[in-house]
Write a protein that binds this ligand. Structure first.
Ligand code: THU
Length: 132
C-alpha cells in the first residue's frame, strides 16, 4: 500500500462525513500492520463540542474490532486537501498507535508527505508519566 493509495482511501472516506454545521468533510484511512484499512470521517452534532474527528472515528472503529497494530493514517478534507490532525487527535493517535505511526498528508501541490506522529506532537504526555 503506497501513500497515494492510502490517501485515495481517505478521499473516499470524506464521503462518509456527517458535517452539516461546518460543511467541512474530513476523511481518514487507517492502515493496520497486516494490511487492513479502516475508514473514518468526522461526525458533528447540534451540540458542537460533541463532534468527533475523522481520525478518531477511524481509530476507535478499528480498535473495537480488536486491531492493535497500526502502520499509517492518511487524512484529508474536501475543503482543504492539506488537513493536519488537530491536537486532540495527535494525542490519541500517539497513545493508541505508538510513536512510529506514519501520518500521511497532502501538501499544497497535492503530493502525499509522510510524517511520524512523534514529530507532530513533540514534548508529548504519555503513559510513562503515570503511576510514578
Ligand atoms: N476535524 C477533523 O475531523 N479532524 C481534524 O483533525 C480537524 C477537524 C473536523 C471536526 C469538525 O467536524 C470539522 O473538522 C471542522 O472543525
Amino acid at each position: 500500500m503506497t501513500p497515494i493509495e492510502l490517501m485515495n482511501e481517505a478521499i473516499k472516506a470524506t464521503k462518509k462525513s456527517h458535517a452539516p454545521y461546518s460543511n467541512f468533510h474530513v476523511g481518514a484511512a487507517l492502515l493496520t500492520e497486516d494490511g487492513r484499512i479502516y475508514h473514518g470521517a468526522n461526525i458533528e452534532t447540534s451540540s458542537y463540542s460533541l463532534t468527533i474527528c475523522a481520525e478518531r472515528t477511524a481509530l476507535f472503529s478499528a480498535f473495537i474490532q480488536g486491531e492493535r497494530n497500526f502502520k499509517a493514517i492518511a487524512i484529508t478534507s474536501d475543503k482543504a486537501t492539506y488537513c493536519p490532525p488537530c491536537g486532540a487527535c495527535r494525542q490519541v493517535l500517539l497513545d493508541l498507535c505508538g510513536k512510529d505511526l506514519e501520518v500521511i498528508l497532502l501538501d499544497n501541490d497535492n503530493t502525499p508527505k509522510v510524517y511520524k506522529i512523534s514529530e507532530l506532537i513533540p514534548h508529548s504526555f504519555g503513559e510513562e508519566f503515570l503511576n510514578r
